[in-house]
Design a protein around this ligand. Structure first.
Ligand code: AVI
Length: 320
């Protein structure tokens, strides 16, 4: 049951810990150093991300929520007959509440890398929807991941909101979509949110807010890495940076060394010259037609698209 999944995830086996350390060390030794964005989500990172979603500058969460509120009935229609509702990157489970009401699945499965944070949200959701069983499952979407074998095979709908698919590179995203398609067993579908291209000032402000919450969120990855890897990053040596790469249509987050910095960990060391960066996140802004092509390439069929007036964000339902 849910408790076992959580225990398994919080007490990661030795091998998994070693694999994460290896991944981190590998990334830091690249010429363009990188830390996977999945490491942004320790307990403090989850709390900071929640704050981000409420910032004036961070339009995606509220735009998506408005689209879902406005088209609730049509979305529920597209998902009718759903028995198992599976949310990927479920986080605080706020976005799925509306669907739990309108779709009324028998079972909810929340999947996230930050499973302790998720578990608390799943308990609250289960209390508010007593007709529905609710469980939390730990998964790292950048590795091979599977649903527990006892998740029913009945008609499934996947929900992947928030434009989180945008945090993978294009090849990984396609792979992820293919994997999602395979979880559906030829029935049901996927409801997914994607962030669309828009003017540069709007994009940059969303990833470099005035209050500096996004800067805190980005810098916090260093404390998480210190705990996992045993490294000695000092956040005050680094500066948050967000830029847009038009060639890839993506926002990039980096941490830039304020001066020469030596970073040590048990099995390695790296010197960063002043101005060198660590790449911590991509956030792709897919043109709608590009993303629809990706869905087709992943095996999905008929789609419906809902968007806001400014066409800043899209919610798409794709049949298996
Ligand atoms: C979770 N993900 C969709 C967020 C995004 O917009 O790419 C993460 C984030 N990074 C900085 N601000 C928010």
């Amino acid at each position: 049951g849910g408790d076992d999944d959580v225990r398994a995830a919080t007490q990661r086996p030795q091998g998994a810990q070693a694999a994460l350390r290896h991944e981190l060390a590998q990334g830091l030794m690249q010429q363009q150093a990188q830390i996977s964005p999945k490491f942004l989500y320790d307990a403090r990172g989850c709390a900071l991300f929640e704050q981000i979603t409420q910032l004036r500058e961070y339009y995606p969460t509220r735009t998506e929520a408005a689209i879902m509120a406005q088209h609730e009935v049509e979305m529920a229609e597209a998902m009718s007959g759903c028995q198992v509702l599976i949310e990927l990157g479920a986080g605080n489970c706020e976005k799925v509440r509306r669907l739990c009401r309108s779709v009324a699945p028998l079972q909810f499965v929340g999947v996230d890398i930050a499973v302790e944070f998720l578990q608390q949200a799943v308990v609250r959701l289960g209390q508010d929807f007593p007709q529905m069983t609710a469980r939390a499952v730990a998964a790292d979407f950048t590795a091979d991941w599977h649903l527990p074998p006892d998740v029913p095979q009945g008609r499934r709908e996947l929900f992947y909101p928030g434009s989180s698919i945008g945090n993978f590179d294009t090849q990984q995203a396609l792979h992820m979509l293919k994997h999602m398609h395979s979880l559906l067993n030829g029935d049901g579908g996927l409801l997914i949110g994607i962030d669309l291209p828009k003017s540069l000032p709007v994009l940059i402000a969303a990833y470099d807010d005035e209050q500096g919450v996004t800067a805190e969120f980005n810098l916090n990855v260093l404390s998480h890495v210190n705990r996992l890897l045993g490294s000695d990053f000092k956040p005050q040596d680094w500066e948050h940076e967000a830029c847009f790469d038009p060639r890839h249509s993506r926002i990039e987050m980096h941490l830039r060394a304020r001066h020469g910095v030596m970073v040590c960990w048990p099995q390695g060391v790296r010197y960063f010259a002043q101005g060198e960066t660590i790449h911590t996140e991509n956030s792709y802004k897919y043109p709608l037609s590009d993303f629809l092509s990706m869905l087709r390439a992943a095996g999905f069929g008929a789609t419906r698209v809902w968007t806001d007036e400014q066409q800043w964000f899209a919610v798409i339902h794709a049949h298996a």
